[in-house]
Design a protein around this ligand. Structure first.
Ligand code: HEC
Ligand code: HEC
Length: 303
């Protein structure tokens, strides 16, 4: 046991050294454009969906409990409060948290904060997000600690999780596709993190990318997100690009149903995107390979 702990520590230190040795990140000077670009990404990424509290004017003061099979995670205060938020963070600290999932002091963040997706963001988008968050009022809100089951409670074990499942970004455009498709892919993965709910997870809570977008009905996160691959029976292969765009704009499906649960808050963000960006997501989504998923079995009759 002791030896294993020592190996963990050695790996942890090794990784920190690698990351510290990375070339410096260029930081854009905050200007009005950066603030509005940052707000755009903030909405599209649904940061407020988890972090904001409507009782406090929607400020991202955190505090909400997210229940997962690994425990109950508490969402952090990301207002610029120096005591209880991220007011003491430098732009580099913020980049490190989004790109690598590591907070100041080497604290490993849990992937319930979807950093594996945000890691794919461009430096520019991360800088703009930081400029926007820094412009908000600092609101004091001491968030209680997460109640997490071992081994997930041991933050240092995240090092192994990351080795196995985490590939840091940023997103590399695919030269085999045009700019619109690449923009859609970027928005779907790095920003709006569609896979976080629509892709099944393995027993370690990591996304099974081979089954990308094939749905997570009855999955451990309780989201029941359907198959959105281009499969014609179990997915959305019959939807047109226009229909996908309408859903992302208004929350309405081609059957005139309104989406509910987690998707409702996603649409609050995608509704604020430009038409061109919604179109790009739809164009990309139509190219996701079809995967058939059998319909969930009906509940067994009780007797
Ligand atoms: C699905 C919910 C969810 C979304 C969406 C989300 N976060 Fe978080 N975030 C969390 C949770 C939970 C934590 C705490 C993680 C932990 O304790 O390891 C967290 C932690 C953080 C932290 C670390 C704060 C600290 O003091 O340790 C930062 C910074 C952050 N989030 C920024 C963002 C930004 C920026 C966005 C949008 C781009 C975002 N988050 C979107 C759930 C979310
Ligand atoms: C927070 C989890 C979550 C995220 C993130 C998410 N979805 Fe969903 N999505 C859902 C859930 C849950 C439903 C089912 C809603 C319902 O039953 O009304 C859904 C439904 C849908 C549907 C309708 C499918 C159908 O057959 O009716 C589409 C299309 C869709 N999502 C696309 C997306 C896209 C594109 C993204 C990224 C921009 C995304 N989703 C991000 C949870 C999520």
């Amino acid at each position: 046991m002791k030896l294993r702990l020592r190996i963990f520590r050695a790996v942890l230190i090794g990784i920190s050294v690698l990351i510290i040795a990375n070339p410096a990140i260029s930081i854009a000077v905050a200007d009005e454009d950066a603030l509005s670009r940052g707000k755009y990404i903030y909405d599209a990424a649904g940061c407020g969906g988890c972090h904001s509290d409507e009782r406090i004017n929607g400020f991202p003061v955190g505090g909400r409990a997210l229940k997962t099979p690994f425990g109950e995670f508490r969402v952090a205060n990301i207002t610029p409060s120096r005591q209880t938020g991220i007011g003491n963070w430098s732009a580099e600290d913020f980049h490190h948290a989004l790109r690598n999932g590591i907070a100041p002091g080497g604290r490993q963040l849990f992937p319930v904060f979807p950093f594996p997706a945000f890691s794919q963001m461009t430096d520019q988008d991360i800088s703009d997000l930081f400029a926007y968050l820094s412009s908000l009022d600092a609101v004091e809100n001491q968030v209680p600690a997460s109640l997490v089951q071992p081994p997930f409670g041991w933050r240092s074990l995240m090092v192994l999780w990351r080795f196995a499942f985490f590939k840091p970004g940023p997103y590399q455009p695919d030269p085999g596709h045009n700019a619109e498709w690449n923009r859609g892919n970027y928005l779907a993965h790095a920003v709006a993190h569609c896979e976080e709910c629509h892709t099944p997870r393995n027993s370690m809570g990591a996304l099974s990318h081979k089954q990308a977008f094939s749905g997570n009905i009855g999955g451990p996160d309780g989201q029941n997100a359907p198959n959105i691959t281009s499969d014609e029976t179990s997915g959305i292969g019959k939807w047109t690009i226009d229909e996908i765009e309408t859903l992302l704009k208004t929350g309405q499906t081609p059957d005139f149903d309104a989406v509910a649960s987690g998707m409702k808050s996603v649409v609050k963000g995608t509704a604020k995107l430009t038409d061109a960006d919604r179109h790009a997501i739809a164009v990309y989504l139509k190219t996701v390979p079809a995967i058939f998923t059998p319909p969930p079995s009906p509940p067994k009759p009780a007797n």
